[in-house]
Design a protein. Structure first.
Lengths: 453, 235
């Protein structure tokens, strides 16, 4: 980074203190492994430290390929799973994440050739796996994504440039049904390879920023995303950082500018997922700005029209790329923007003849959004769509219909449903209090009870 | 190698609270969460809980959580279905879960819940379930934890979840929650005395372990470090 860069920071500052603490905590165990462990067992631990996970038999096979002359490995392989720092996961055995990076560093320092060879073998295994995953797996439709991510992890030791490219693609194409968790997992892989990716500190910073963003450390996220953007690389990471920095900021012109820049750069680079999501964020920001300024602001109606145009553009783009998750998100954004354009913010014109005339179309839009969310198994998005639909029905005076929609949502809601979606539904149910005729109050109370309001 | 101290052997001194909690759970049913960091001996805790519940004679389902945390609940539920089917095969008629349901990727969680909860609840003596290593790499969603809580309630069995102390376990509304702490100096000393008594370690080896783990002013040590030192002493 250049000295003039206001966001530049030394590596130590970038690495959060809890990671430094964790590594210090692991140090005595790492020392014990290094000093008191027979060499074959130490080699097995080294091998395990660079694997994301493995079965005991596979570990022995891998270690034997790296150290073909060590005939003692087999004798010690059985001891490994009994160690406290070896954990069982669904995918196999692994060294506890608190320990693995420090042990791997020792492995690299003590046997750099073998360290690289081990990664080469592991990367080859993932490549073979990828070739076998040409046929989609019904049981695990995201298998290929995981394999690609693992490949990115192993490439860090041999071809870090390829590694950061693969990590970027994986970030962008994370499984939509739980993209945030998938990306958080991906970020753990990047941070674990931090030592190997030193030349690509900006990429590591990006993933640090993402973790800060998800865990609601917004100021840190802003600073780190800012550092990624400030380098001016105008690549995939730059485009995504603009989007995520934008949504960290308050609703204002700077946020709008960042989201617009992210959409443009994503379009230029052909990063379709970020283009769709950044434009969706832009739609919601334009709407939020209109809501903040209110109906008296002369810019409000033009803003709502712009939101509708952007939402329509995004919807058409989603239909072109034929992704059912993005289709669900963009259908919902379009349904909301379309309704607000005629109804005004806070539903000020929701009972006008113009709003009345388009209500069938609005109903169809929301219904299509709910159906698309169901097809994509995005239960939270389906609940959000039902809530927005109920709000539109409420504002237009269709109270009985709004209650029916809320009842439908309540029937779908479970104790494990997305909390934010359920909270919004509860709020909408409460908002009907005193607005509805007495004959509907019992129904409202039942729905409220079902939603835990 | 086969002589390394077993979990049960350690448990005599260092995890008594965990064993007591499991025994209580066997009597009352409910959900016990055991959390700790990676150096706290989570794996031992999972194995210990498994042993404690198995001793009660219940059908036991053991699920290791996926590292990635993606689609966590689906993975756990599918594994439970598969495990339940395996129990059914061993005990015909006990748990009627169709193996064909496992692997259906397009079902919503609600369907899966209905599908798994009742058959599990219909088990002969109530099930014991251990879900190991939850939230180690990525935090589980609150919704996932609430779903597991609902399953535990519906089945009326004894459920133990072990996992990271970074997760928001309150969402699971555990009946009890144990945190795996560090070992005190006296705890390690007590274990070493047992090792000497059982002739697993010599006095000299035992002294070496203490010296390697504790400086004069040090009072505690991470469980994984203590285990590693003890095992190292064998070599």
């Amino acid at each position: 980074m250049s000295e003039q860069n206001p966001f530049s920071m030394p590596n130590d500052e970038r690495r959060p203190s809890h990671r430094r603490t964790m590594q210090a905590e692991a140090e005595p165990t790492v020392r014990l492994i290094a000093e008191d462990t027979p060499l074959p067992l130490r080699r097995l631990v080294w091998m395990l430290s660079v694997c994301l996970d493995t079965q005991p038999d596979s570990l022995l096979d891998l270690a034997s390929r790296v150290w073909p002359d060590d005939h003692e490995l087999v004798k010690w392989a059985g001891a490994l799973p009994t160690w406290s720092f070896v954990e069982e996961a669904a995918e196999g055995w692994r060294l506890v994440p608190d320990l693995a990076p420090t042990v791997a560093r020792r492995f690299r320092e003590a046997a750099p050739k073998e360290f690289a060879h081990a990664h080469q073998i592991l990367a080859d295994i993932e490549r073979v796996q990828l070739a076998q995953e040409d046929v989609p797996d019904d049981f695990d439709p995201n298998a290929e994504w995981f394999t690609r991510s693992r490949l990115a992890f192993y490439l860090a030791a041999t071809t870090p440039a390829d590694s950061v490219e693969e990590f970027g693609v994986a970030f962008e194409t994370a499984p939509a049904e739980d993209a945030q968790t998938a990306r958080m997992w991906l970020s753990t892989l990047v941070l674990r390879q931090e030592d190997l990716l030193q030349e690509y500190g900006r990429v590591v910073t990006f993933f640090e920023a993402f973790r800060a963003y998800v865990t609601n450390r917004r100021q840190q996220a802003q600073r780190l995303f800012g550092a990624v953007i400030a380098e001016g690389a105008r690549d995939r990471y730059h485009a995504i950082a603009e989007h995520l920095l934008g949504v960290c900021l308050p609703v204002d012109e700077r946020r709008l500018a960042l989201l617009e820049a992210s959409v443009d750069l994503s379009h230029h680079l052909g990063i379709v997922q970020n283009e769709v999501m950044a434009r969706n964020s832009l739609v919601s920001t334009v709407i939020a700005l209109a809501q903040i300024r209110g109906n008296d602001d002369p810019e409000t109606q033009p803003r709502l029209r712009r939101a509708r145009e952007l939402a329509l553009e995004n919807l058409q783009f989603s239909r072109e790329i034929d992704d059912k998750s993005y289709l669900a998100y963009t259908l919902l954004a379009y349904a909301i923007a379309e309704w607000l354009t005629v109804a005004g913010v806070s539903g000020a014109r929701a009972r006008s003849s113009e709003a009345h005339a388009v209500f069938d179309e609005v109903t169809a839009n929301f219904r299509e959004a709910v159906d698309a969310a169901d097809r994509a198994q995005l239960s939270a998005t389906a609940l959000m769509a039902l809530n927005q639909f109920a709000c539109a029905q409420r504002d237009s005076g269709r109270y009985a219909e709004a209650l029916e929609t809320l009842e439908e949502a309540a029937n779908r809601a479970t104790p494990w449903s997305d909390e934010e979606a359920v909270t919004r539904l509860r709020k909408t149910v409460r908002s009907l209090e005193r607005r509805i005729p007495a004959s509907l109050e019992d129904t409202r109370l039942i729905v409220a009870k079902e939603l835990g309001a | 190698v086969s002589e390394v101290p077993s979990v049960e052997w350690w448990a005599e001194v260092d995890r008594s609270a965990l064993r007591e909690a499991c025994a209580s759970l066997c009597r009352t049913g409910g959900l016990l969460v055991i959390s700790g960091d990676g150096m706290s001996g989570r794996q031992e805790a999972s194995v210990l809980a498994r042993h404690a519940l198995a001793q009660d004679g219940r059908p036991l389902l053991y699920v290791a959580a996926p590292s990635s945390g993606v689609a966590l609940t689906r993975h756990v539920i599918r594994t439970l279905l598969a495990e339940a089917e395996s129990v059914r095969r061993r005990t015909p008629g006990a748990i009627g879960v169709g193996a064909a349901t496992v692997g259906a990727s397009d079902r919503l969680l609600g369907d899966l819940f209905v599908e798994v909860a009742q058959p599990l609840a219909d088990g002969p003596q109530g099930l014991a379930v251990v879900i190991a290593g939850l939230g180690v790499e990525t935090r589980p969603h609150d919704g996932d934890l609430r779903l597991l809580r609902s399953l535990a309630d519906r089945t009326g069995g004894a459920w133990v979840i072990t996992g990271s102390n970074d997760a928001s376990w309150d969402a699971a509304e555990p009946d009890s929650h144990l945190t795996l702490g560090k070992f005190e100096r006296w705890e390690v000393a007590a274990v070493l005395r047992l090792a000497e008594r059982d002739q697993v370690l010599t006095r000299q080896a035992s002294d070496r372990v203490m010296a390697s783990l504790f400086s004069q002013r040090q009072r505690t040590v991470a469980a994984a470090t203590a285990y590693a030192a003890l095992q190292g002493a064998k070599w």
